[in-house]
Design a protein around this ligand. Structure first.
Ligand code: HEM
Length: 245
């Protein structure tokens, strides 16, 4: 009979429930299902120490770095619609982005500021991890992963620096790649591999661009996934072992 039928939820509710399958309130099992059936909450370990959730323990520096990386991917992808990695067209393309493209100046500034901020927050995050002793076993492997994340962040900053192809970019990369030439044993090979010739020119711009938009972001994404997975497998943040209440 019609009155015995349960009322159908509205389409909006059905869509919501297909994504978030469990409510917040209810029994302890309902509450734990709300966490384990959500991919983002699922990144947390089964149990976390209350102290590790304190803002002053991490200052959110790791997650801020990750968010800045997402901002950089988003704004970088928008810049790619207009930027051309050619010595004749790179500089005019940057100026076009700044002065003619709708929201171009804003997008470019967003990319630059997020890049500067990410270098800062990653370094501060590393200092925080060191200060709280979270590099000690069992997290020593994640510390090493972190060192590579720092190198990739610096690599992205360095390779992005050449792309505007202005005087500052040209001379900074000329100096930077000359310094690379002084690395013991591998120096000259490394310098040649980066520059693709004897001086910074079209080959260097194309190589830096490929590293900047494809190689380094892909490596950083893969290592970041490993980094976050390791945090979970190491039992969450080290707060419970290192910090007294
Ligand atoms: C792209 C750069 C990086 C991102 C996005 C990132 C992200 C994160 C996040 C979200 C956390 C958990 C929350 C927090 O501590 O704020 C974390 C923890 C951790 N990170 Fe990073 N990280 C990066 C670089 C580094 C670096 C450079 C190091 C050290 C060399 C490092 C070592 C660690 C360690 C050992 C933990 C566990 C901390 C603990 O147990 O208290 N990470 N990272």
């Amino acid at each position: 009979m019609a009155q015995n039928k349960r009322a159908q939820p509205s389409p909006a509710t059905q869509v919501w429930r297909s994504i978030f399958r469990h409510g917040w309130s209810g029994s302890p099992i309902d509450r734990s299902l709300a966490i384990t059936s959500n991919v983002f909450f699922h990144l947390h370990p089964v149990k976390v120490d209350r102290r590790s959730l304190r803002w002053s323990y991490t200052f959110g520096l790791g997650i801020i770095s990750a968010i800045l990386f997402l901002v950089l991917i988003f704004s970088g992808a928008l810049l790619m619609f207009y930027y051309v990695p050619s010595v004749e067209r790179a500089y005019p393309a940057m100026k076009e982005i700044q002065f003619s493209v709708p929201l171009g100046q804003f997008t470019r500034n967003m990319h630059r500021w997020a890049a500067h901020m990410m270098v800062l927050t990653v370094v501060l995050h590393m200092v925080r991890v060191f200060y709280t002793g979270a590099y000690k076993p069992p997290r020593q492997f994640n510390w090493v992963v972190g060192v590579f994340l720092l190198l990739l962040t610096l690599g992205l900053s360095f390779t992005g620096y050449l792309t505007p192809w202005d005087q500052l970019a040209y001379w900074a990369i000329t100096v930077g790649t000359n310094i690379a030439g002084y690395v013991p044993l591998l120096g000259k090979t490394l310098q040649h591999a980066l520059v693709g010739g004897i001086e910074v020119g079209q080959s260097a711009l194309l190589r830096f661009y490929a590293l900047h938009i494809a190689v380094l972001p892909t490596l950083l994404t893969l290592l970041l996934a490993l980094h976050l997975w390791r945090i979970r497998k190491d039992g969450g943040l080290a707060a419970n072992e290192q910090v007294a209440e």
